[in-house]
Write a protein that binds this ligand. Structure first.
Ligand code: HEM
Length: 451
């Protein structure tokens, strides 16, 4: 016990969970962690969500977490996530099972497949902005972006047409999200039970959708627009048997819906806020996007090549994720006793890795408090494992390209068709655990030209 990292495990079961959650809500989590570092050094023990935990951060820590294989660390999720998303989703899988299911998802989420859908994504964005904004002078950006990213995923990944069924699905997922973090966050069991019910209803609906898509495939009726579900159903192994089970399809479709919409919507919302506060950066983004808009005839869709010309806008997105990473961090669990940084971390303990602490390290990013997209001018020059908004290694976010396309397409239509002014100018946001600015970021929106 002398060699385990310094720190205290706090009160039984509760440990430091409430303190950290309070700090996340108050947007002081980085300060809370910094105080630990000052007291105990860069590696310390604590207890979070009922488990002994070791907090580590920095380049070496990120490398250790992201490159350790399943014989050292496994993924660790809270019980509520497992109950709502199901035990066959990627977050619960390890080793060969993880690789098999992940490869199947990536075969759809890789750039070569996604580049066909840029135009369709643009149509979703335009219809959504027009419908939601109609007749309003003030809109709340965060809820607008959440429903937008939901709709994009429903259309492109599930092949669900607009209409009652899609609206019902969106409703189920909104309820699932409300309770997915509830057990570790604040024990509101009614919220959790509602989410669990919504998860069961969503699974029934997905089962029905899968059977329709299987029928279309077997009878050569599938449309030319291939969605994720059809893609997963068509992957077969030896003797033509399906490689991914029905439960694996359902649980991973649910994971993608949650992991995909809650993150990108936060990124776009924070970009909207930062653009409103930084006139020079806004002007540079507008110039880049106007040049692309002017190169197109009226009504012509954006293409993959256009996205390649949005380099500055993507730098703004990267700098936004450096300062306000949608995912604060995550957990892994040790499979055996391990040595790290001269300490022993016993088998079964959690490792807590954090994005923001590395992103705001002044020895890596000079003047870390300054919003400066130009620091990403040559991203390849950035040493590995220092900028980790999408994680890294075998579990690096497989939705990276999808998120990039959604973000660039949405910002394109926003800046070329609207201007906006912030109604709340404070910089506050709480994490619950996803970051949310004050009142969902209300803005006064002024059209520049029709969509
Ligand atoms: C700005 C947007 C996004 C951010 C910042 C983000 C960030 C992350 C992070 C930090 C992880 C955990 C990596 C780890 O544990 O090592 C992750 C995992 C994951 N993300 Fe994303 N994500 C985003 C968008 C998306 C989108 C759009 C999708 C789907 C279309 C998606 C699907 C997933 C999935 C399925 C995993 C689990 C991967 C695995 O365990 O192998 N994400 N993401």
């Amino acid at each position: 016990s002398k060699r385990v990292p310094p720190g205290s495990l706090g009160f039984p079961v509760i440990g430091q969970s409430l303190g950290m959650l309070r700090a996340m809500r108050a947007n002081t989590a980085e300060k809370w962690l910094e105080e630990r570092v000052q007291k105990y050094g860069p590696i310390s023990k604590l207890s979070l969500f009922g488990k002994p935990t070791v907090f580590i951060y920095g380049q070496a820590a990120n490398k250790f977490v992201f490159t350790s294989d399943g014989s050292v660390l496994t993924n660790q999720q809270t019980q509520s996530v497992k109950m709502i998303l199901g035990d066959r989703c990627l977050l619960e899988l390890n080793g060969e099972d993880h690789k098999r299911v992940r490869d199947a998802l990536v075969s759809f989420l890789k750039p070569d497949s996604l580049k066909r859908y840029v135009g369709e994504m643009g149509d979703e964005v335009r219809i959504h902005l027009e419908t939601y904004r109609k007749g309003k002078q003030i809109i709340k950006v965060l809820p607008l972006m959440k429903t937008l990213t939901f709709n994009i995923i429903c259309s492109l990944l599930f092949g669900l047409e607009r209409g009652a069924r899609r609206d019902q699905m969106v409703h189920y997922f909104q309820q699932m999200i409300e309770g997915i973090w509830s057990i570790p966050i604040n024990f509101p069991f009614t919220r959790f039970n509602r989410s669990l019910e919504a998860s069961k209803d969503a699974q029934k609906m997905l089962k029905q959708l899968i059977s329709e898509k299987r029928h279309e495939l077997n009878n050569n009726l599938a449309s030319s627009h291939q969605d994720l579900i059809t893609c997963l159903l068509s992957i077969s192994g030896e003797n033509n048997q399906e490689l991914i089970s029905e439960n694996e399809i359902i649980h991973n479709v649910m994971l993608i819906m949650i992991a995909g919409h809650d993150t990108s919507s936060v990124l776009i919302t924070f970009m909207v806020r930062l653009l409103a506060k930084n006139a020079n950066i806004y002007a540079a983004v507008l110039k880049e996007q106007e040049e692309i808009a002017q190169s197109k005839s009226p009504g012509e869709s954006l293409t993959w090549e256009d996205l390649g010309n949005m380099k500055y806008t993507w730098r703004v997105a990267m700098e936004t994720m450096r300062m306000f990473p949608p995912i604060f961090g995550g957990f892994r669990q040790t499979v055996k006793d391990i040595e790290y940084g001269g300490y022993l971390i016993p088998k079964g303990w959690q490792i807590f890795w954090v994005t923001a602490k590395t992103h705001m390290d002044s020895s890596i990013f000079q003047e870390p408090e300054k919003f400066d997209p130009d620091r990403f001018e040559t991203p390849a020059s950035l040493p590995p494992y220092n900028f980790v908004p999408f994680g890294g290694g075998a579990r690096i976010c497989p939705g990276y390209e999808f998120a990039k396309i959604e973000t660039l397409v949405t910002i394109h239509y926003l800046v070329t068709h609207f201007t906006w002014k912030l109604c709340c100018t404070d910089d506050f946001f709480s994490r619950d655990p996803m970051p949310a600015p004050t009142q969902g970021l209300p803005v006064q929106i002024i059209p520049r030209k029709p969509l």
